[in-house]
Design a protein around this ligand. Sequence first.
Ligand SMILES: O=C[C@H](O)COP(=O)(O)O
Length: 251
Amino acid sequence: MPERRQIIAGNWKMHKTVAEASYYAVELLERVGAVGSPEIVVCAPFTALAALKDELEESVVHLGAQNMSWAAEGAYTGEISARMLKELACTYVILGHSERRELMHETDEEIARKVKAALEAELTPILCVGENLRQREEGRASDVVRGQVEQDLAGLGEEELRRIVIAYEPIWAIGTGKTASSQDAQEMCADIRWTVAQMSGSAASGMSILYGGSVKPENIAELMRKPDIDGALVGGASLDPAGFATLVENA
Ligand SMILES: O=C[C@H](O)COP(=O)(O)O
């Protein structure tokens, strides 16, 4: 069984202009230019992707988007398709981030369609799942996350499941400075792997599962030591290239 891919992905969310993105890419590459593992991914706003393609293509840093349409093309004002992202050298796309689920009311049904569209276009989905504080306090965290995984990956075959990355992001830990304890994060990631294993055992054992929620250079090493955590999806701490490079180094 080949080792699982370790991935550190930065999610800039709605930060950085084109000029700021280009500056970031140069600064980051100076620091991580020769890093072979973990795999580094930068998920930037759509507007910055073309500039980042120029800076990062053929480097060790992979490029990702933060959302895409489930439609291939057509009358969908304001939407961006998988093929458009491919042209900008994206290899990854974040799907189902909790901010989109909560603020833009994305449903599991839509997310499942997006996952399929990404796979068809040969993009790697980073599927985000996670419970909110109330669900955790009511002891429903596992049920909620299992439900998301089952619905978002419904109908996929083993070959498709093998090409998916899942990020477990408890909503109460995002941008709050509260990280889930490494033990809680491990338990939830193990639970996600078990859920995927009900669909395909071999896809589950090879799947990279990331943790996200207030990950920093100081806590990444402990998280990465857990057997079912293969990397991180990093928000705030990915915005400064020097800090992100340190986080990658510490992983
Ligand atoms: O996608 C990233 C997550 O939402 C985590 O964000 P954060 O590292 O700022 O808590």
